[in-house]
Design a protein around this ligand. Structure first.
Ligand code: SF4
Ligand code: MG
Length: 321
């Protein structure tokens, strides 16, 4: 609720704060069990920061992130957690990163990589139990159990991402943040990784926050899609609804640049987005999209449109009169 993340910009020998990168502005978002929420937007729109704030890699500057644990206990995870709360949150929420070439330690065997979180959280009493569990995980993600003693460099990108998924599900998490999990992979391998994630969800009711700049992939995996622009949510709807009934001018432009999406309509709606996104250090006044918006009106540079609507939310003065 109302989550903000500002990164200070420091300069000079005394590291004086001279400004802020406003990565997230007042984000409201719900994520339920067994649900996949897609987060889409250009690079720099804050979508990765959102994932990192939820997993507590960064702490939010303002707002609250309420986690309902397995026992129904609610906790705002922004700020300091005690040791027990920290352990619960860190095992229940996991992350799969974009680059499977960077995210696995090249000096560790696959077995050690997957066992590390199990040891931190003291999941097993004996090494044998742990090893059997890791072998089962490898099978679950479509790899051979013999891979347990090999090293990351012996695997392809798709296999490495399977290993990363095995590590992420090892502690039986309830939420996985997937930050561009397929964008470093070949197209033919992308759908395999996505199907793996879907199979895991069917079995475990896990919730995914699926971050991508690729609207096509997000559409295929998500129940609900959130479109972000310059740290703001500009549109949010069920996947089909977002595509069939697109409202925000920015979402329309994102869609028209999608290869292969409904070519007939694309021709009609082909509008170019002008220029680069503005800087999050000095964001524009009013609607953050107004400098690039083809539908801009007088009010747009003066007043920030609020995110409004019930099932289909949009932040744009065209709809919020
Ligand atoms: Fe465009 Fe105005 Fe809507 Fe912003 S509020 S998206 S500038 S029409
Ligand atoms: Mg990113």
């Amino acid at each position: 609720k109302n989550v903000k993340k500002y990164f200070p910009i420091k300069k000079g020998v005394f590291l004086k704060t001279v400004g802020h990168v406003k990565a997230l502005e007042s984000i409201d978002l719900d994520l339920y069990e067994n649900e996949t929420v897609g987060i889409v937007g250009e690079s720099g729109c804050g979508k990765s920061t959102l994932g990192r704030v939820i997993t507590k890699i960064h702490d939010a500057t303002e707002g609250s992130i309420i986690y309902h644990d397995k026992n129904g206990v609610k906790k705002d995870i922004v700020g300091k957690l005690n040791k027990k709360e920290n352990m619960i949150y860190r095992s229940d929420l996991q992350m799969v990163f974009q680059n499977p070439f960077d995210s696995l330690d090249p000096r560790m065997t696959i077995g050690d990589i997957i066992s590390e979180p199990l040891q931190i959280h003291k999941m097993f009493k004996t090494k044998e139990e742990e090893t059997n569990y890791v072998k089962d995980l490898l099978k679950k993600v479509g790899l051979y159990e013999e891979y347990i003693s090999r090293y990351p460099h012996e695997f392809s990108g798709g296999q490495r991402q399977r290993i990363a998924v095995a590590r992420a599900i090892a502690l039986k998490p309830r939420v996985i943040i997937c930050d561009e999990p397929t964008s470093a992979l070949d197209v033919s391998v992308q759908s395999q990784v996505i199907n793996l994630l879907k199979d895991i969800q069917k079995e475990s009711s896990i919730a995914y926050l699926f971050i991508s700049h690729n609207l096509d992939i997000v559409y295929h995996v998500s129940d609900k899609i959130v479109v972000m622009y310059l740290g703001h949510v500009v549109e949010e709807a069920k996947s089909e609804d977002l595509f069939e009934n697109t409202k925000h001018p920015y979402t329309k432009i994102l869609m028209s640049s999608m290869p292969g999406w409904n070519p007939k309509e694309r021709k009609l709606s082909k509008v170019e987005v002008k220029g680069e996104p503005p800087s999050p250090i000095n964001p524009p006044s009013g609607c953050p999209f107004h400098p690039r918006c083809p539908n801009r009106m007088d009010i747009c540079s003066k007043q920030k449109p609020l995110l409004k609507g019930d099932d289909h939310k949009v932040a744009c003065h065209l709809y919020n009169k």
